[in-house]
Write a protein that binds this ligand. Structure first.
Ligand code: FE2
Ligand code: FE2
Length: 266
């Protein structure tokens, strides 16, 4: 089984870049399931029904999120809409959480694939409850039937919290993939207990930017120390960062992972 996972998709440029890159990625990797983190999907903050539909049309099956999942009130009703229950998860242990579910099960090639979304708390301004305890609690609710494959989107800032979380999950889940920092790390590995791990998958969004946002505004924020609103480029060059997970369908164990990074003009 192959799962393709895209890191934080940032705004219109990120959405279009993902859609442009996906046909070739499908040809190369033949994914059985495609997942994308969408906390920044609608102009950098949250989701709308239309922007989610755009990604479904592009081929994405399941959506994960982060602290920004609840930033756009027009999109938040989908999190508790039963018709979206098998499509979207949010890190409900985040201090920003207003509804939603942190777990979803999809049947892929006859196998039960559990996708979970958990938020870190270290250097996360929204705070939240312990992600380590949240993982234990979620796994305890999925024992009968037991999932064949478990994928965790761990949405966190601090590398230490992410590595510690990976080791806490090691041997109990198929993969821990980090999101939120929007910059891909080069530490893709299989942990001693067999769990595939990457500290951060990176973004789908503007290349010549600050984590996907317009660089001049971002620099101004740091220069002035004021919280001026981030701006976004709608066209230009984008980076599409993702992970390809190779999974033994019989055991549900990770066989390997490839961190991928495509540069796309939109
Ligand atoms: Fe993000
Ligand atoms: Fe985030």
């Amino acid at each position: 089984m192959t799962i393709l996972f895209f890191g934080d998709v940032v705004g219109a440029l990120g959405r279009q870049a993902l859609a442009k890159a996906l046909p070739d990625l499908k040809r190369r990797y033949k994914p059985d399931l495609i997942v994308a983190n969408v906390e920044n999907l609608a102009h950098g903050a949250g989701v709308t029904g239309q922007t989610l539909e755009d990604l479904i049309a592009a081929g994405v099956d399941v959506f994960t999120g982060g602290g920004h999942s609840w930033s756009n009130p027009t999109g938040t009703p989908v999190y508790d809409d039963p018709t979206w229950r098998d499509r979207i998860v949010t890190p409900v242990n985040s201090g920003n959480a207003k509804g939603g579910h942190a777990d979803v099960v999809r049947i892929v090639g006859g196998k039960r694939v559990l996708i979970m979304n958990i938020a870190g708390v270290l250097f996360m301004k929204e705070g939240g409850s312990s992600p380590f305890q949240k993982l234990d609690a979620l796994l305890a609710t999925h024992t009968d039937p037991k999932p064949d494959v478990v994928l965790v989107d761990f949405h966190a800032e601090a590398t230490a919290e992410k590595e510690a979380f990976g080791h806490h999950a090691d041997g109990r889940v198929t993969a821990v993939l980090g999101t939120h920092t929007h910059v891909q790390t080069s530490d893709a590995k299989i942990l001693p207990g067999g769990t595939a791990y990457l500290t951060d998958v990176g973004r789908c969004g503007s290349y010549d930017s600050v984590i996907g946002f317009e660089k001049k505004t971002a620099i101004k924020r740091f220069l002035s120390g004021t919280h001026s609103k981030y701006d976004l480029e709608r066209t230009g060059t984008a980076e599409v960062n993702a992970v390809v997970l190779h999974i033994d369908p019989k055991t549900g164990e990770a066989q390997g992972l490839d961190a991928i990074r495509e540069i796309v003009d939109v």
